[in-house]
Design a protein around this ligand. Structure first.
Ligand code: SAM
Length: 227
């Protein structure tokens, strides 16, 4: 059974909406996409993260910005199906954190606050998170204005051959003018350290044309073919 159907069966509080309805006015381009709520990742993005988690078989996954646990549900289910690996997801708003904990419990993924569960819902600010070990897969999904800083904070904790994804980030990297808010809103200018990682060939960016945007970075590994 496909992963979204499994989630819908395990958690009756989830319901699928056409992504087009989240934008005003109704946006034709978004019709082909769907989501469970207007803050969580799109269902198609969740299915992609489920698949890449199945493919990579990571030992450690990190998500910044749990919200109601949509990303955590998809990646957590993949870890459960893999039979190996754990995930930490971080949220700093108590009511929201509680909703995610409950969802992880309904899905049999953890959510009771113990760090050795498949999904450890960590309550706190991402700024205070000190990783205890490296990750192989990271999803950055807090507020746009903090995600480049998070990229730099966690880059050194990503294993070679691993992937970092930034949600809500389109191929222009938001390095474009915005009439109301000025240049590069809401992300801010790309930090020079991030630009250097890409220019030095250490990080390879790639983009997906989803409604809210998804940009990934592959961390080049020793042994990769040198073109
Ligand atoms: C876009 S939502 C995350 C959606 C989630 N990844 C999902 O797929 O369901 C962003 C969440 O990040 C949380 N957040 C924002 N800044 C944070 C920070 N510095 N530390 C922890 N959580 C943060 C917000 O409270 C919000 O719930």
């Amino acid at each position: 059974m496909d992963i979204t159907k499994r989630l819908l069966e395990l958690d009756p509080t989830l319901s699928r909406h056409n992504e087009g309805y989240w934008s005003e006015p109704f946006n034709e381009r978004r019709q082909g996409y769907s989501s469970f709520n207007d803050a969580g990742i799109e269902i198609e993005t969740g299915e992609f993260l489920y698949a890449i988690t199945r493919l990579l078989k990571p030992n450690r996954v990190l998500e910044t910005g749990t919200h109601w646990g949509i990303g955590a549900a998809y990646m957590g289910m993949a870890l459960k199906d893999n039979g190996v690996g754990t995930m930490t997801t971080v949220e700093f708003l108590p009511e929201i954190h509680q909703v995610a904990c409950k969802r992880m419990q309904s899905l049999g993924l953890g959510g009771t606050g113990s760090a050795d569960e498949i999904v450890y819902c960590k309550f706190g600010d991402v700024k205070d998170l000190i990783p205890e070990s490296n990750y192989q897969l990271i999803l950055l999904d807090t507020e746009p204005q903090t995600r480049f800083a998070e990229f730099l904070k966690f880059w050194d904790y990503l294993d070679e051959g691993g992937y970092i994804f930034i949600h809500d980030l389109h191929r222009h990297m938001h390095q474009i003018p915005n009439e109301e808010h000025g240049f590069a809103w809401p992300y801010g200018k790309l930090p020079k350290e991030m630009i250097k990682l890409v220019k030095d060939g250490k990080a390879r960016p790639f983009h997906f044309p989803t409604p809210r945007g998804l940009t990934g970075f592959y961390k080049v590994a020793q042994g990769d073919y040198v073109w």
